[in-house]
Structures are given as structure tokens and as C-alpha cells.
Design a protein around this ligand. Structure first.
Ligand code: PEP
Ligand code: MN
Length: 358
């Protein structure tokens, strides 16, 4: 899928800031005025139709907030970006001159809804940001881009906002960095914008998340920012004041974008490549021995899984990891995988007499 590279001004970072929700004309215009003075702002985000868990909470001003956003665009020259969840939302917003939208995490789980919106977007020149589905599913997320692509929409970007987790955790939504990395790896033609606000759920966790995401080379940030967060009607705890937003951004380190070759980094990479080669060769040797063990077990009718032996291998490895100050979780994960594959190799050889992967 070929996307127009114009949406995110690579290698620059795209900055999106603004309140969770439009609450009053005064709140919208004050926040926009304050943000228009900031160095880090390209788009003004502002929800007017709010998907909330409970119907007894503030569900947004709706269409009546569109004229306020028109004013933001006219007075402060800040293009606005709002959440849409139905073709009607799109139609009403387009009439008000809004051309940038996001599909929220509760809509991006539903292909029927996304398809209807994409259909309604046919023939328009809108920009569309798509948040990851609330329960993370990379293929479903990507399918949404295909739907808009099929409808002729070229300006698209992904917004990573973490995923729901029922574990008690520090964050409102699990940052699961591996999902972000996987998306970047698989779909590197789609710029990815990081939303720390909905991951953090609390303002104090936002700066570190932003810094980590920038080091993972995200293409932009979407950060909830309010002129008076203590009075916010939705997501109060995660909205930064504009002043805090500006000072946070002033203290963030932006990693350099260009790849510099022939420097210390490439020396380190050469060393890493060599170690990786050694690791692979050692894994190969280990597999050869696993195969000899399989033949021995087969001849002597021994069970493949010998849990005491496996427990000892794991315990010894964890002890060694501790002595070397290596994260035991890492070693456990690696050894679990190695063991799983050794069991499978032996099952295949003992039971079907086949040598797998050879
Ligand atoms: C929002 O951005 O205000 C919002 C509702 O986000 P999400 O869809 O990620 O929960
Ligand atoms: Mn919000």
C-alpha cells in the first residue's frame, strides 16, 4: 500500500496537542490561543463526540462545538483534528471545514463502522489518523488503513495509545512497546504517532513515556492539553496544562534522525553482529545434541519430558544470570523458547522418525 508521505513532515516530528474534549467556547479558544504560542504544535486535537464507558458521564458537546473549532482554525491558524465514529460525524465536520480526523480505539475494533466511514470519505481529501483497537490486534488495525486506502484516502497515520489490560498496573493502558515496534516493522510506510496521555492516565507518567517513544523513533505525538486541567470534564487526570506541556517539551531530547555511518555506533553494531552469529552457531550445536538425545530416548523408550531435569536447567541458568547481573526474566524467556523447541524436535523424531527443519 503506497501512502502519500506528505502527512507527517518526515524527518520532522508531528505535534498534536489540545484538550480531550471541547467543553465550552471559552475553554476551546483559550487552550488554542495558549497552544498557538507553543513551538511544538501542528494540529489542535479536540474531541466533540466522546465515546465514554458510562452514559452518565460527559459525552461531548457534539455538533454545537464545530463553530468553536472553525474559530480556532481562522483565528489561530491551527488545523483541528477531531474524533469521528459515524459517516454523519464526518459529513457535519466537513461542512464546518474540518479536514483531519481520528478513528478512536473503540471504533477501530469494528470493521463495519470503519468501512462505513471510509465509504463516506470517498472523493474527499481528508487526513485520517487511526488509533489502535482497544484490545490490540495489529491485523485489525492495519485492515482499517486498507479500508481508507481502498476509498482513495492517501493521508494517513497510525496513533498508538496502548492496549487494555486487566492486570493491575501503573498505567491506564499497557504501553506494550513490542506492539509499537511490530507495527513499525511490518508497516513502515505508515507514520506512527504516539499518544502518551491515554497510556499514562496520569500526567506525571507522561514525560518518561514521551521520551521512550521518541527513542523508538515515532513520527509524532498526540498529547492532551487543557487550559485548566483541574476543571476538565473528561480525562482530567491525564491532561497537561499548556504551560506544563511546553516545559515538558523543552526538556525532551529529540534523537537525531539521520543515520551516521562510520562512527562508534557502527563499531558497536559490528560487534553485536558477531555475537549474534556466535549465538546462532551455538543454538545450532545445541539442537544437534538435542537430536542425539532424541535418538537415545527413542532407543531406550524414555520419556521426552523430564521435568526435574528441565527445572534444574532453568534454575541453574537463572542463578548464572543473577551472578552476571542479567535480567532473569530475559533468561527465563529465552530458555523457555529453547526448551519448547527442543521438546518439539524430540517429539517429531521419537514419534514420527522425522528430523524437523533438516
Ligand atoms: C481520545 O483521544 O480522547 C480518546 C477517546 O482516545 P481513545 O480512543 O484512544 O481512547
Ligand atoms: Mn481523552
Amino acid at each position: 500500500m503506497q501512502l502519500a508521505p506528505i502527512f507527517v513532515p518526515r524527518p520532522k516530528t508531528l505535534f498534536i496537542a489540545g484538550p480531550c474534549s471541547a467543553e465550552s467556547e471559552e475553554q476551546v479558544l483559550t487552550t488554542a490561543r495558549q497552544l498557538s504560542q507553543a513551538k511544538y504544535i501542528h494540529l489542535f486535537r479536540c474531541g466533540i463526540w466522546k465515546p465514554r464507558s458510562s452514559p452518565n458521564t460527559f459525552e461531548g458537546i457534539g455538533e454545537a462545538a464545530l463553530p468553536w473549532l472553525q474559530k480556532v482554525q481562522e483565528i489561530y491558524h491551527l488545523p483541528c483534528c477531531i474524533e469521528i465514529a459515524t459517516p454523519q460525524h464526518l459529513e457535519q465536520a466537513l461542512k464546518a471545514g474540518i479536514t483531519c480526523f481520528w478513528i478512536g480505539a473503540r471504533t477501530s475494533v469494528n470493521p463495519f463502522d470503519v468501512q462505513e466511514i471510509a465509504q463516506a470519505a470517498k472523493g474527499t481529501d481528508i487526513s485520517i489518523l487511526i488509533k489502535n483497537p482497544i484490545a490490540m490486534d495489529i491485523n485489525l488495525w492495519y485492515g482499517n488503513f486498507e479500508r481508507f486506502h481502498n476509498a482513495g484516502i492517501k493521508k494517513m497515520a497510525a496513533v498508538y495509545r496502548g492496549g487494555y489490560s486487566d492486570k493491575i498496573q501503573l498505567y491506564r493502558n499497557d504501553p506494550s512497546w513490542l506492539h509499537l515496534i511490530e507495527f513499525k516493522q511490518k508497516y513502515n510506510n505508515i507514520p506512527i504517532i504516539f499518544d502518551p496521555s491515554h497510556i499514562a492516565g496520569k500526567t506525571e507518567l507522561i514525560p518518561l513515556l514521551v521520551q521512550k517513544a521518541l527513542y523508538l523513533d515515532v513520527d509524532g505525538l498526540m498529547i492532551e492539553t487543557h487550559c485548566r486541567p483541574e476543571l476538565a470534564l473528561s480525562d482530567k487526570q491525564q491532561q497537561l496544562s499548556v504551560c506544563d506541556y511546553i516545559s515538558m517539551m523543552d526538556n525532551i531530547i529529540f534523537p537525531r534522525q539521520q543515520d551516521i555511518t562510520n562512527n562508534a555506533l557502527s563499531q558497536y553494531r559490528m560487534a553485536i553482529d558477531e555475537i549474534d552469529n556466535e549465538l546462532i552457531a551455538l543454538i545450532g550445536k545445541r539442537i544437534d545434541i538435542v537430536k542425539q538425545i532424541a535418538l537415545y530416548k527413542k532407543e531406550n523408550h524414555l520419556p521426552i519430558l523430564q521435568i526435574d531435569r528441565w527445572q534444574k536447567v532453568l534454575d541453574d541458568s537463572l542463578k548464572k544470570a543473577q551472578q552476571l547481573n542479567i535480567d532473569p526474566h530475559l533468561i527465563e524467556t529465552i530458555f523457555q523458547s529453547i526448551h519448547e523447541s527442543a521438546i518439539e524436535t524430540q517429539q517429531n523424531m521419537v514419534i514420527s522418525n522425522k528430523e524437523p527443519h533438516s
